[in-house]
Design a protein around this ligand. Structure first.
Ligand code: SAJ
Length: 430
């Protein structure tokens, strides 16, 4: 199949790069978002999210005349749904945005069109939730129009490169649907296009992120064990990873973002009686912020009244995304314990985030602080000078949840350094 005009619903971290990449590959793209602020910002040459290279790409797409931004879908040969699938308080998937996008396509759906769902979704969403809505048009999926599930797999921070280079799993509701979707993605994907059925593709996506979550959970549990036994988990992991078939991930303050901290719950929801390991891994990773605060309490005593400089609020290094960020949760826990928290997030300029005051400059956050807490390994923090930090702070206490500080350099400046994954008895450093 040939595609000259497509419509992308949802212009977030996945939809916007995808729409822009199609546009710069010569396809006419209607980018749709239901948020009027997003539409307004993009139409006026702005960007509502940060991702390396995205501004240049979007500008090129708009300049080419191939990308237009609007709030409603219009007739096209293919529709890509890339809207958020968050989970609710009770950890059940919230599919309202997927359903709303599907409903919005119905009035413009024509015979022979292709509809692709990219949003991460519980197993059977394409067949059980999306197809029935689209079939409200009177057309039958797989017969009158093609329908496929094609999960996004790009890593925030490297989205533009991975969008083109990664292999893609293409799950059709039937073979002709998978083939139609393959033809669409072959416009710019250089990785392999792997054809399967829609439910397998949904499961593959959830397995990828669950696999990573479980592996991070075991790393976090190793960190807690190392603290108990008075050894250095970072050294132990490095040594264990010299085994040819072992690759332990990094412990940290918890697992955040909109993907790995959410997606495994979709499997727990779908089969609560079977997904025990998956649920436990989620609970270990969700417990990590409490563990970090407990480490501070054990090392520095009463937290009430302390002034804490928290470095980093994003969910991981070198992204601006704050969704499900463990760093934010840790700041809230410190606040609940009666500490005064001032955060510095180099990728955010707001005055405050979720009730956490943000300093505009690093030094402002450090001034008069008792305790420095390192939460995100942003490149800005990699060359912190212990001397200048010491001069700004009131007390020389540091808690490093990401193994960024060189213990001996900081101790030389009089800091008491506590690291996640290092027993208080362990003095061997990095
Ligand atoms: N993290 C650790 N230790 C590690 C690695 C990560 O604590 O060793 C933490 C990070 O700090 C962060 C969280 O885990 O809080 C998730 O970060 P990530 O870089 O592992 O993953 P995401 O959420 O940014 O992107 C993932 C990717 N999935 C996999 O690598 C299997 C990406 O390819 C997916 O496209 C994305 O989820 C998604 O959208 O589903």
């Amino acid at each position: 199949m040939k595609f000259q005009k497509i419509c992308v619903l949802g212009l977030g971290y996945i939809g916007l790069p995808t729409a822009s990449t199609f546009a710069t590959h010569g396809v006419q793209v209607i980018g749709v978002d239901v948020n009027p602020d997003v539409v307004h910002t993009l139409r006026n040459g702005g960007l509502h999210i940060q991702e390396p290279g995205l501004r240049t790409l979007v500008q090129a797409a708009l300049r080419s005349g191939n990308l237009t931004i609007q709030s409603q879908p219009a007739e096209a040969e293919a529709f890509i749904i890339a809207v958020p699938t968050p989970f609710r308080e009770d950890k059940l998937a919230d599919l309202r945005a997927v359903e709303a996008a599907s409903h919005a396509i119905v009035p413009v759906l024509q015979k022979g069109n292709l509809v692709v769902l990219e949003s991460t979704s519980p197993p059977l969403t394409t067949l059980g939730r999306v197809a029935p809505i689209l079939e409200g048009s009177g057309w039958k999926s797989g017969e009158d129009f093609y329908l496929a599930y094609v999960p996004e797999r790009v890593l925030p921070g490297s989205i533009l490169r991975e969008l083109i280079e990664n292999d893609r799993v293409i799950g059709g509701v039937n073979r002709p649907s998978a083939e139609a979707a393959r033809d669409l993605y072959s416009i710019f994907v250089r990785g392999e296009l792997l054809l399967t059925d829609a439910t397998t593709a949904e499961m593959v996506k959830l397995m990828e992120n669950t696999y990573r979550d479980v592996n991070i959970a075991v790393a976090n549990e190793f960190a807690r064990l190392a603290e108990r036994f008075g050894i250095n988990v970072w050294e132990a992991i490095e040594l264990a990873n010299r085994h040819p078939r072992v690759n332990i991930l990094r412990p940290g303050p918890g697992v955040g973002g909109h993907c790995i901290s959410v997606d495994p719950w979709f499997l727990v929801e779908a089969a609560p009686d079977l997904a025990n390991l998956i649920r436990t891994a989620r609970e270990v990773n969700d417990g990590q912020p409490y563990h970090v605060v407990e480490l501070a309490r054990q090392a520095f005593g009463e937290l009430k009244g302390l002034r804490i400089a928290a470095l980093g609020l994003a969910y991981k290094a070198d992204v601006d995304d704050l969704r499900e960020s463990p760093a934010i949760e840790i700041c809230h826990l410190f606040q609940q314990a009666g500490a005064e928290v001032i955060a510095f997030e180099p990728y955010r300029q707001e005055a405050q985030v979720d009730g956490i005051p943000l300093a505009k400059e690093l030094l402002r956050a450090l001034q008069g602080a008792d305790l420095l807490v390192l939460l995100v390994a942003h490149r800005h923090f990699r060359s912190l000078s212990p001397l200048s930090v010491a001069q700004a702070m009131r007390r020389r206490w540091a808690l490093d949840a990401i193994n960024l500080l060189n213990r001996s350099d900081w101790e030389r400046e009089g800091f008491q350094v506590v690291k996640l994954g290092e027993g208080l008895k362990s003095k061997r450093g990095r």
